[in-house]
Design a protein around this ligand. Structure first.
Ligand SMILES: CC(C)(COP(=O)(O)OP(=O)(O)OC[C@H]1O[C@@H](n2cnc3c(N)ncnc32)[C@H](O)[C@@H]1O)[C@@H](O)C(=O)NCCC(=O)NCCS
Ligand SMILES: Nc1ncnc2c1ncn2[C@@H]1O[C@H](COP(=O)(O)OP(=O)(O)OP(=O)(O)O)[C@@H](O)[C@H]1O
Length: 291
């Protein structure tokens, strides 16, 4: 193979970050058994979602994630121009998602979280996960004057009704559910010898045990949120997804979430963010292409 072809075949850092973001979404969707969520077993509490749609949506977002990372490279620093470019690219990604899914919201929260993290990772290729999240938070705190304010979004309505913080604040605060719960649990469960799928389930449960997930509040109110948080904590306290007792608790939680029509979509998005940050270091330190 000539040197020219070898050079062209080398993906750029923006492309590798987009690969990581899409892979994180695919891995999140495939992870099973997740309480209430779409997974390999079925549609969970959703009647308009299925695994194939989640995969198609994830792949359709690759150009948006690449473009967000490229915008970070172009502007080179956190500031108003980059924030506005990311807002525009995020909205275009959302439009493409809705086109591919014929109007179903598969990944709205994930575009927001992974878009910011992809841009932050591009700005700070050698940074640790916490530093990447801090940079993403600084971006999220800048206002985007072009963003259409939708006071009727499910998240906005629920935040008003219950006085909780949602997807926007999770990013603005530096993804505490990821840095304080998902990532530490993923590493702890791996260290304890849980298989990779069980470690990822434990990470999801750790996020669920603490998050005010507006998807759950919207569909199942405070009762649903309480059952999600308490049930997730019970699985972890029983030994996690790799233990017999933990599996029993997990089955009960899944049954209850389905009965309540509750699906922790926000926690699922933040698990994808956890997997993205977990894999970042090797991706970012590999040789880079030209853009
Ligand atoms: C911030 C977003 C998610 C809107 O949130 P809002 O609460 O109004 O709405 P909505 O109910 O439509 O979506 C919430 C999404 O967040 C996820 N979510 C729910 N609860 C939480 C939580 N506590 N933490 C994190 N994510 C959550 C859900 O999965 C859901 O998909 C986003 O859609 C947005 O406004 N984007 C603007 C475009 C933009 O600036 N993009 C930048 C790309 S980097
Ligand atoms: N595996 C998954 N299964 C289901 N939802 C997921 C999964 N992964 C991520 N999500 C997130 O959950 C959200 C879907 O939640 P929900 O169905 O409550 O959204 P909605 O369109 O706002 O509401 P509704 O379906 O009640 O009209 C998606 O935006 C997506 O970000």
């Amino acid at each position: 193979m000539s040197a020219l072809i070898a050079r062209q075949a080398q993906p750029s850092l923006a492309e590798r970050l987009a690969d990581l973001a899409v892979q994180a979404l695919i891995d999140e969707a495939d992870l099973s058994p997740k309480p209430g969520l779409v997974d390999r077993r079925g549609n969970g509490a959703h009647n308009d979602l299925h695994l194939g749609l989640m995969h198609a949506s994830a792949h359709a977002l690759w150009p948006a994630f690449k473009a967000m990372a490229q915008a970070a490279q172009l502007f080179g620093e956190v500031g108003q121009p980059l924030r506005e470019a990311l807002g525009q690219l995020g909205r275009e990604g959302e439009t493409e998602m809705l086109r591919v899914t014929a109007g179903v919201n598969t990944h709205r929260g994930a575009i927001w979280a992974l878009g910011l993290l992809s841009a932050a990772a591009m700005l700070r290729p050698d940074a640790a996960p916490g530093q990447v999240a801090t940079t993403a938070a600084t971006l999220a705190r800048l206002s985007d004057p072009a963003a259409p304010h939708n006071p009727d979004s499910h998240g906005a309505r629920v935040c008003r009704t219950y006085g909780v913080l949602g997807a926007r604040e999770q990013a603005q605060h530096g993804f505490p559910a990821v840095l304080g719960h998902g990532l530490p649990q993923l590493l702890a469960s791996r260290r304890a010898g849980a298989g990779e799928q069980n470690a990822r389930l434990d990470a999801l449960l750790a996020i669920m045990s603490d998050l005010t997930d507006t998807c759950v509040l919207h569909r199942a109110g405070l009762q649903g949120l309480g059952r999600m948080q308490q049930g997730a904590r019970a699985v972890l306290d029983a030994g996690g997804a790799a233990s017999l007792d933990g599996r029993r608790q997990l089955r009960e939680l899944d049954r209850d979430m389905l009965a309540l029509n509750a699906s922790p979509g926000g926690a699922a998005d933040l698990l994808a963010a956890t997997l993205f940050l977990d894999r970042l270091t090797p991706a970012a330190s590999a040789p880079t292409g030209s853009n």
